[in-house]
Ligand binder design. Structure first.
Ligand SMILES: [Ca+2]
Length: 403
């Protein structure tokens, strides 16, 4: 085999254009070069030989490769045989099947013990965790309760503050109630007192009483039911000369004297009384012979201060003394300091020493100078000319509301 390959190689090297280097570079390259270098002549003869040589070369390469692989297998087999031998030599050190089972069982028992221990620890941990959870829940509940308690305390404080406020309001209301009760009592007293205060002397008999009419404060008056039936309010009295009637307008306006004795009630009060409702006038007259006469008018009224207390009306006269006031109708009131009479050159009030509804100067002078019996015939006294010219001993002017 080796000899044939050698001979063939020598033959090829001797051929023209063929070198050993070309053959060694590979089958395809050699074939290509041979195709180029060979002529038609040699190609038919040499080519099959060259193809055979290339085939031999390929076979030889495959052989080498198989040989190499066989060597590797042999090495592997050797290695395995060595391992097998080694294994056999160590076999007496291996455990028997029962021992192995025992060992495995022991290991399993140990593992089981460990597992049980771990389970117990795990349970303990779980128990601790449960406790922790419970503690945490309790802490959470305590926190919630604390918060709720704080909230309730705040609410309680608010309620207490509200209660204190309400208590203060109640005290204030009680105080106000007491105050109102006192005011009610006072008003009731006032009402009772007002009920007691009459607008006239009707039903009061004789004495000093308090009356009140529109636009005036309550004031005391002398009521008389002894001289001419009952219910008369005395507005003027003359009986002993104890009081001075020669006074100014201011005095006549506000009144003067003593209700139980000689006095003039006052023009303002007479205005209030006679303007509040219709009043009749009764004039009681007594001379020093103790003869009594009277003059009565059905509608007596005077004007206000702005009208200088003008004698507004007298109504219808009746009586026993005659109508000495007729000429005084519609005359303003004159005093020693106020001349409202009809005479330009004479001041009747000054001439007569008194205040009255003088005209020129008239026939009645009931506020004149009180004359004693010895002086009763003197002028400027208390006079009622339709009865007599002498000064009178006793005079009383009274008014009473007409029903
Ligand atoms: Ca005059």
């Amino acid at each position: 085999m080796y000899l044939k390959r050698k001979l063939l190689l020598i033959f090829l090297i001797t051929l023209p254009g063929v070198s050993g280097e070309t053959v060694e570079n590979g089958h395809c390259a050699a074939s290509r070069k041979m195709d180029e270098q060979c002529s038609r002549y040699c190609y038919k003869i040499v080519k099959p030989l060259l193809q055979y040589a290339a085939s031999v070369q390929s076979k030889e390469s495959q052989f080498g490769e198989l040989t190499s692989r066989n060597q590797n297998h042999e090495a592997t087999i050797k290695s395995l045989e060595d391992q097998l031998q080694l294994s056999k030599s160590q076999q007496h050190f291996c455990l028997t099947k029962d021992e192995l089972f025992d060992k495995i069982e022991s290991a399993i028992v140990t593992k089981n013990d460990n597992i049980e221990r771990l389970i117990k620890e795990l349970k303990n941990i779980d128990a601790k965790d449960d406790g922790n959870v419970m503690i945490k829940e309790l802490e959470k509940k305590i926190k919630e309760l604390t918060h709720e308690t704080v909230t309730q305390n705040m609410h309680a404080e608010d309620l207490n503050a509200e209660l204190r406020k309400k208590d203060a309001e109640i005290l204030s209301l009680k105080s106000r109630n007491i105050e109102y009760a006192a005011k009610i009592k006072q008003l009731e007293g006032n009402v009772e007192a007002k009920d007691d205060i009459m607008t006239s002397c009707r039903g009061r008999g004789t004495g000093i009483f308090k009356i009140q009419v529109t636009c005036s404060k309550p004031f005391e008056v002398s009521c008389d039911s002894s001289l001419a039936d009952s219910g008369w309010t005395v507005i003027q009295r003359r009986q002993d000369g104890s009081e001075n009637f020669n006074r100014t307008m201011s005095d006549y306006r506000s009144g003067f004297g003593t209700l139980t004795n000689e006095f003039f009630l006052g023009l303002d009060k007479i205005y209030f009384l006679t303007s509040s409702k219709q009043h009749e006038l009764y004039i009681y007259l007594k001379d020093f012979n103790n003869e009594v006469r009277y003059a009565k008018y059905t509608n007596f009224s005077i004007g206000a201060q702005e009208e200088n207390f003008e004698l507004k009306s007298l109504g219808v006269y009746s009586g026993t003394a005659g109508d000495s006031m007729a000429s005084n109708l519609n005359m303003q009131f004159s005093t020693t300091d106020k001349d409202h009479d009809s005479l330009t050159k004479i001041h009747c009030a000054q001439s007569c020493g008194s205040g009255w509804w003088f005209k020129g100067c008239g026939y009645s002078f009931l506020n004149g100078i009180y004359r004693r019996v010895a002086e009763s015939k003197q002028k400027q006294g208390i006079e009622w000319h339709t009865w007599k010219l002498d000064s009178l001993k006793y005079v009383q002017m009274m008014i009473r509301p007409v029903d």
